[in-house]
Write a protein of this length. Sequence first.
Length: 240
Amino acid sequence: MNQSKDTNAAIWKSDEAVQNWTSTAAERERQRGAQWRFMGELLPFGEQDVFTFLDLGAGTGAAAAGILSLYPRSTAILADFSPQMMDEGQRELMPFAGRFQYVEFDMLKGDWPAAIPTTLDAVVSSMCIHHMPDDRKQGLFAEILEHLAPGAWYVNYDPVTSADPLVAATWERRNDRDDPAAASKRLNRTPEDQSRYENHVRYMIPLEQQLDYLRSAGFQGVDVYWKQLENVIYAGRRPV
Ligand SMILES: C[S@@+](CC[C@H](N)C(=O)[O-])C[C@H]1O[C@@H](n2cnc3c(N)ncnc32)[C@H](O)[C@@H]1O
């Protein structure tokens, strides 16, 4: 494992990283719209159902916005530890005013703030579980289960790794088709880019390990419901 200092918090709480994230949002959301819809459709709700869901590591609220759009009578709690991401999210989620609330929460800590209801109708997360060390992935999955109503679902969209170098190389080769400059960028990283990259991937782990964590936490119906190269959507529900 990478032994250098974990700079995740410093990155997400920096104005520069958040400006960078928002400046690339339009292109990112063009690619991810279908995933938000799919995650929403995995939830066992009718279009007019009234329910409350939690978006963990919500950032500017992209996943929550997708689900709020799909279910016009739903409300969202968005949890994150970055004031900058939450400020930006407050602006971006203006079309959903009155239907969402941000809560400051550091997922590295197991003490969930009182502003998160003790019983939730669904929990989603996207692109943030890979920032958690393995013990916190396991702890968080158990805490999520505990906060779900019986029969309620947790859905996560995240990148995974592969232990098979051929698989990893195939993902990379296919991804490079979308960004012809990627190979050259990879080979010519500045030391700063390299340490940022290493920090980014430090806690990424294979899919099977994460599915095992979910099953061990007590989730049912655990599966990878969607997958494209290294990106997956897996889910499970709290037993009824
Ligand atoms: C890659 S962004 C994803 C944001 C959003 N879920 C999305 O997909 O657009 C990662 C998010 O996780 C949040 N995050 C990272 N570590 C966290 C932690 N320990 N506690 C709470 N939020 C965290 C960051 O602040 C950031 O908003």
